[in-house]
Every structure is written in C-alpha cells, then in structure tokens.
Design a protein around this ligand. Structure first.
Ligand SMILES: [Cu+2]
Length: 152
C-alpha cells in the first residue's frame, strides 16, 4: 500500500467515524418530566422532588450498565420499600432510558432512597433521594442520547 492510498483510507475512516458520532446521539432535550440522570459512576442529579404517583424517567448517559433501584434504607444497599409498596427497579441497562412509577398515596415529605444494584457504594453519591412533593413541577429533560451536560 502506497502513501496516497493509505491517506485516502484514513480520510474515509475519519468521515465514517464523524457520521457515526452524529447519528449515534441526539442533542434534543427530552420533554418535561421527572428525571434521574446516571453518568458513568455517578448520580449527578441525586436529589429529586416529585409528586406521589409520578412517572420517573431514568436516563443512563453512559455506556456502562447501571440500575436505579429502591433502597430499603440510605446506604444499606438492599432492595426494599415501605410496607404496602413494591420497590422500583429499572433493571440493568446502558445508554438509554427506563421509567417507573412512584406509589400513589405517599405523604408529602416522604423520602425514598435509590441505589445502583451493580455498583452499590461505588456510585457518587452512593444513594440518591426522591422526596415526595405534591407541588413539584416537571423540568425539561436532558439530551436523549449520548453524553449530556451532566456527563463527563
Ligand atoms: Cu451502576
């Protein structure tokens, strides 16, 4: 292979990589809602307020698999929920979104805890919170794909 054909192949590769980068992520924000962001080994939006019964959207902006699961007690790293409710658990997923619904009938000020079942204490912070607040308003979501403003 001579230098010229090597250069041409390199340029084609760069162009293809650039196209893949554009096609692989969307910069448009997700619609207003209640969001938990996961970015690599972190919960950058670790405190969320949402009304009872709200749908929570978890956006994993990293290519690493994580879960957002309800924690019986802060930094206890075991799945659990108050009596009469079922713990939420997105299951392991990467680079995408999952949703779950909060139980209805929770009193204002109730704090629910969540953690990653795979990485437990390695996440930063290791436990996130959802505080039940009837007056909480949905906020515009993060970018729907790839790394967003909360990413590395
Ligand atoms: Cu994790």
């Amino acid at each position: 292979m001579n230098a010229r054909s090597s250069l041409r192949i390199s340029l084609v590769f760069v162009a293809a990589a650039a196209l893949a980068a554009c096609g692989g992520s969307s910069s448009s924000a997700l619609p207003p809602g209640y969001y938990i962001i996961v970015a690599d080994m972190a919960f950058p939006t670790a405190t969320l307020e949402a009304p009872a019964g709200a749908t929570i959207t978890v956006v994993n902006q990293s290519s690493m698999g994580h879960t957002v699961a309800q924690e019986a007690a802060r930094d206890g790293f075991t799945l659990g929920a108050p009596a009469g409710t079922t713990p939420f658990d997105t299951g392991l997923f990467a680079a995408g979104t999952r949703t779950f619904s909060l139980p209805t009938g929770l009193a204002d000020g109730t704090v629910l805890y969540y953690y990653c079942r795979t990485h437990t204490s390695l996440m930063v912070p290791s436990t996130g919170t959802i505080t039940i607040r009837a007056s909480a308003q949905p906020v515009t979501g993060p970018p729907g794909g790839g790394y967003g403003p909360y990413g590395p």
